[in-house]
Structures are given as structure tokens and as C-alpha cells.
Write a protein that binds this ligand. Structure first.
Ligand SMILES: *[C@@H]1O[C@H](CO)[C@@H](O)[C@H](O)[C@H]1NC(C)=O
Ligand SMILES: *[C@@H]1O[C@H](CO)[C@@H](O)[C@H](O)[C@H]1NC(C)=O
Length: 564
């Protein structure tokens, strides 16, 4: 597209005027005036100089057309579509019906309530076998201690409103195909790259005989045209947002419809255009997705038959006050994986050197904390997968990273957790499911339950869950996308999985086991270092608790959490 302001300016410079081709306009316009102005009189130079400045001002690189990219939800077409759907929904109001309670109550009501589960079985120890869900009223806990509860409430509402506007996707708008439409069109799967052109597949008209057949096309973010013309079809509005095709011959019109193109003219890297396609008395809507294709991020890890763990996996850990434990971890890893890279994030006050082949030691400001360390460590990984291990884990012959790699290579999982063996023979997998229920103005409810969704076909020891233990392997790029909220300094685990809900597909395998250097130690046998660590890590101060409440209340917009 040639900027209109530019053409006007160019016509004032005589020597350039004739040389400007329509297509080459932007390039030519910028180079030619300079040469031209040099040869002219002073007056012309001055005028030319002024024009050049004006020209750069009007035509900054790219295009001079201005596009409003403030998030908005309602193009005229979508507004129209919305009205039609309301009309459809309001039909048959006079016909009576009977509600089926057991089904109707399963429908989302947008009114989740914060209640603990009732005890159903009264037996000794039944709470161990069927743990009851408790409920935590996040709104109350957080707002109670807040100096300005109304202010923070309205801030949250405002942020949420703009989040909804930003994340609105026109291709998610409800579209209903009305009964007996003579129009044929694609219902989904039409995609165009920004500012490119495609043929719209599948357009057609099946109509009873008449003297003149015509169809109308309307778009918001692009224009229509025809890639070929068919005899006895008239085309009005080619290269415009509204195009009319008509013909006395239905077959000719249908042939012409096979050549209809759509060109995206408003740049947006990820949106959709809602197309209105109609004929007399009938309207249909469909969306064309506008967006770049996903640019792949591939890892070249050689072509060995067996998984080369050193080329595929980096082990990441975070250490604080426990160099003895860290050394044991590194030694145990080296027994099984002598060349795998180990990335260590360290926020000790007095860091000690940790060296060795394939060890990367990153020193952070003192006490930056748990999730900040995870973030830093994961950000430095260059392999396809990253394994997270706590600094007090010990690798054994059961810590088979190959198994984790295999399941991620062969399934759609983005992350797989293992099991952690505590001092005795007890192993933990910490599998949980997470669901979010809509709760209206006050916020949503998050429900966390022990358990998993299903066993993974072909891997009897592995299941799919929404949260797993802090011994896991993940696709590096996916984990980096979710990232660990660095505000969570002391404690945090579930928060990552809440952020990952809907973007990571997570598994858990009970047969990939790492040992935990004994956690259960009697207080009087602890060293001073251990005591200091415990104090730092496990003291759950009031402000920490408030931070968790704030993150759930404000960042995630929850009002309630239930869990068992
Ligand atoms: C057919 O209909 C279109 C659109 O209404 C109109 O522009 C065109 O002139 C009509 N053609 C004939 C032959 O009546
Ligand atoms: C495995 O990968 C590492 C690191 O890329 C490489 O140095 C090593 O030669 C590979 N091993 C084999 C058996 O190919």
C-alpha cells in the first residue's frame, strides 16, 4: 500500500515525478529526492529539505497507515452476529419445559461457593483413606488484613477487565449455522498469515431457479478479490471489504466463488476476521484466523539410536546453606551420568565454589529465594529437556532419566514427574488434579484434589495429573514459558502448576525414583546449618502467608481454594 501523504509530497518534486512506479513507491521515494535536490537551486534544496523532513515524519519506516490496536471485542460484523444469536435464543419462549435437576446442576453456574466437603463415612481413620476437602476463603483471608480492601478489589476488577479484553479471540465467538441456509462455506480451518492472500475454500450457493443469483461478502480486517474471472458473472467491490458477485447462471456464480480471495490488510500477529457471507434472505458467518504460523524451536541432539542423556537433558537445582547435600547430589549424579550438565543456582550469603566438569554455578544475590533460583537455573538450560532436582536428592540406579525422556518423546506430555523415596521405603509422587470453577464478580474457586486423571496407555506406571512432585523433567521451552514466579521466595510449588494449568500436559511415573536425603531427623541431632536452613525455609511467617493469599487473590483472581 502506498501512503497517500507521500504521493502528494512526491508530486512537488519535478524530476522524480515521472519515475515513480506505483509498486516501488516507498523505496524510490526515499532515495530519489536526495539526488534530485542536490542538483537544484538553493531554493529547491530548501524546499526539498523541508519536504524530506515532512516525508520522514509522515512515512516512518513501514507504513503510514494508522491502526488502532487497542483491544476491542466488537467489530460491526461480530455485533451483528451477536444480535442474531440472541434472536435465535429467544425463540419458542411460550413452550413449557421441566428441569432435570441431576443434569442441570452439573452446568456451570458462575457461582462457586466456598464450602468444605462433608464427611460421608464415619469410621476410625476414615479421614486417612478418604481425605476430606477443606476450604480456604482466600478473599476473606486476604482482604481482612488489607488496609484498603475496596481499593484492591476494584484494582483487581480493572486489571481483570483489561486482561479479558487483551485475551479476547474473535475466532472463539459463538457462530450458529441457521436452518436451511442455501449458502455453503467453511466453518473452521481457514487461516491467513498477516497481510497475505488466500483463496477462501468451499464457498458456494445452492438455490432454486431464479433470474439473478447474487452473494455478498463482508470483512473487517481485509479485502476480497477474485483470482480469476468467469464469464457472465459481475463482480462489484473487488479489492474492498465488501464484495458482491452476481450472475444469471448459478453454475457460473459457483465457479466464480471458487476463485474468491481474501487479503488481510490490517496487521495483527494473532487475531481473526469474522466474515459475513450472505444472499437475499440468508446470512452466514465464519472466521478466518489471521496469524503467523508457529515458528518451531527444534533441538539438534544428534542421531544416536539410544537416548544420549548428556545431549538431551540438563539437571537444574537450587542450593541454599546445604553445600554438603549438594556435593552428595553431584557425586550421585556422576555415578550414572558423568557428562550431563548440572546448573546450580546459589543464593547463599557466603557462596562457596562448586566446580567440576559440566557444572555451571550461578551465584545470586543473598536470599533471592526458591522460585527465583528455579527461574534462573531453568533460564540457562540449552538442552531440549531440563530435570529439576532439589539439592538434597540422591540419584540411584532407579533414577532412570532415559525413561522420562522416552515418555516425553513418544507422547504429548510437556512434563513428567517421578517419585521421591524418603528415608524408609515410602515413596511419594504428589499427584494432584486442579480445576477452576467460575465464581462471578468475586473471583473463581480453585479445587485441588489428590489423584490423577488417567493411566497412560503403554506406560502402566504413569498417569496424567495437573500437579506433580518437585522431581520432574520438562520440555525446556515450555517450562520457560510458564516460568516460576520469583516473588515466591520461601515456599511455593503448587503455584507453578496453577500457572501451568491449560498450557502444560503433565504426567507422573512412579517407577522413576530419586532418593531424598533424610528429612526426618530429630531436632537435637541437627547441625547449626540445618537449623538455620529449617528456620529460613519452613518458618511460615505472617507476611509469607499473606503473599500466598495475595497471589491467589489478585494475580490468579481466586476467591476460594478447596483441597484435600
Ligand atoms: C443482479 O443482482 C445484483 C445485486 O442485487 C445487481 O447488482 C445486478 O444488476 C442484477 N443483475 C441483473 C441482470 O438483474
Ligand atoms: C552425547 O552427547 C554429548 C554432549 O553433546 C557428546 O559429547 C557425546 O559424544 C555424545 N555421546 C555419544 C555416545 O554420542
Amino acid at each position: 500500500m502506498s501512503p497517500p501523504g507521500l504521493c502528494l509530497l512526491i508530486s512537488f518534486i519535478p524530476s522524480v515525478q515521472t519515475e515513480v512506479g506505483d509498486q516501488l513507491l516507498p523505496k524510490v521515494c526515499l532515495q530519489k529526492p536526495m539526488r534530485a535536490t542536490c542538483k537544484r537551486s538553493l531554493g529547491l534544496i530548501l524546499v526539498g529539505g523541508f519536504l524530506l523532513i515532512a516525508l520522514f515524519y509522515v512515512w516512518s519506516p513501514g507504513s503510514s497507515s494508522r491502526v488502532d490496536i487497542r483491544p476491542k471485542q466488537w467489530s460491526p460484523v461480530i455485533k451483528h452476529l451477536h444480535g442474531k444469536i440472541q434472536n435465535i435464543a429467544s425463540l419458542y419462549h411460550d413452550i413449557p419445559y421441566h428441569i432435570k435437576e441431576d443434569v442441570a446442576c452439573r452446568l456451570a453456574q458462575n457461582t462457586c461457593v466456598c464450602v468444605a466437603e462433608k464427611e460421608t463415612v464415619h469410621l476410625p481413620f476414615s479421614h486417612l483413606l478418604w481425605p476430606r476437602a477443606w476450604a480456604h476463603d482466600i478473599s476473606m483471608a486476604f482482604l481482612e488484613s488489607h488496609p484498603d480492601p475496596e481499593g484492591v478489589k476494584s484494582n483487581r476488577a480493572q486489571e481483570y477487565h483489561s486482561f479479558q479484553r487483551r485475551s479476547f479471540d474473535p475466532s472463539d465467538v459463538l457462530v450458529i449455522a441457521e436452518a436451511q441456509s442455501p449458502l455453503q462455506y467453511p466453518t473452521q480451518g481457514v487461516k491467513v498469515r498477516p497481510l497475505k492472500t488466500i483463496i477462501i475454500p468451499g464457498l458456494g450457493l445452492k438455490q432454486e431457479e431464479r433470474s439473478n443469483y447474487s452473494v455478498y461478502l463482508t470483512a473487517t480486517l481485509g479485502t476480497f478479490d477474485i483470482a480469476a474471472s468467469v464469464d457472465s458473472v459481475s463482480v462489484n467491490g473487488a479489492a474492498e471489504k465488501h464484495m458482491v458477485l452476481s450472475s444469471p447462471l448459478l453454475s457460473a456464480l459457483n465457479r466464480q466463488l471458487q476463485f474468491v480471495t481474501y487479503t488481510n490488510t490490517v496487521f495483527h500477529p494473532r487475531t481473526a476476521d469474522t466474515i459475513q457471507f450472505s444472499t437475499k434472505g440468508h446470512q452466514a458467518f465464519f472466521t478466518i484466523k489471521v496469524g503467523h504460523g508457529t515458528v518451531p524451536a527444534l533441538y539438534n541432539h544428534g542421531s544416536q539410536k539410544e537416548y544420549n542423556i548428556s545431549a538431551l537433558v540438563t539437571i537444574a537445582t537450587k542450593t541454599f546453606l546445604r553445600y554438603d547435600k549438594l556435593k552428595d547430589l553431584i557425586d550421585s549424579i556422576r555415578q550414572y551420568y558423568p557428562t550431563v550438565t548440572i546448573v546450580i543456582a546459589d543464593d547463599n550469603e557466603h557462596p562457596q565454589p562448586v566446580t567440576g566438569p559440566h557444572v555451571e554455578h550461578y551465584i545470586m544475590p543473598f536470599g533471592k529465594g526458591w522460585f527465583a533460583g528455579r527461574n534462573l537455573a531453568v533460564s540457562q538450560v540449552t538442552t531440549k529437556y531440563v530435570l529439576w532436582a532439589d539439592d538434597d536428592f540422591i540419584f540411584t540406579e532407579n533414577t532412570k532419566l532415559e525413561k522420562m525422556v522416552e515418555i516425553m518423546e513418544k507422547t504429548t506430555l510437556d512434563m513428567v514427574g517421578g517419585a521421591v523415596r524418603e528415608a524408609t521405603s515410602y515413596t511419594a509422587t504428589y499427584r494432584h488434579t486442579i480445576s477452576v470453577e467460575e465464581g462471578g464478580e468475586e473471583g473463581d474457586c480453585i479445587h485441588i484434589r489428590q489423584g490423577y486423571h488417567h493411566i497412560i496407555e503403554g506406560y502402566p506406571n504413569c498417569v496424567v495429573a495437573d500437579a506433580v512432585i518437585n522431581f520432574f523433567m520438562g520440555r525446556t521451552d515450555k517450562l520457560q514459558q510458564v516460568s516460576f514466579n520469583p516473588r515466591l521466595a520461601r515456599q511455593g510449588h503448587l503455584e507453578f502448576f496453577v500457572d501451568a494449568l491449560g498450557s502444560l500436559h503433565i504426567g507422573s511415573c512412579s517407577d522413576i525414583i530419586v532418593n531424598h536425603a533424610s528429612k526426618i531427623k530429630l531436632p537435637w541431632t541437627k547441625t547449626d546449618k540445618q537449623k538455620a536452613y529449617d528456620k529460613f525455609r519452613y518458618t511460615y511467617s505472617g507476611s509469607d502467608k499473606n503473599l500466598h493469599n495475595e497471589i491467589y487473590y489478585f494475580k490468579n483472581r481466586f476467591k476460594c481454594m478447596t483441597s484435600n
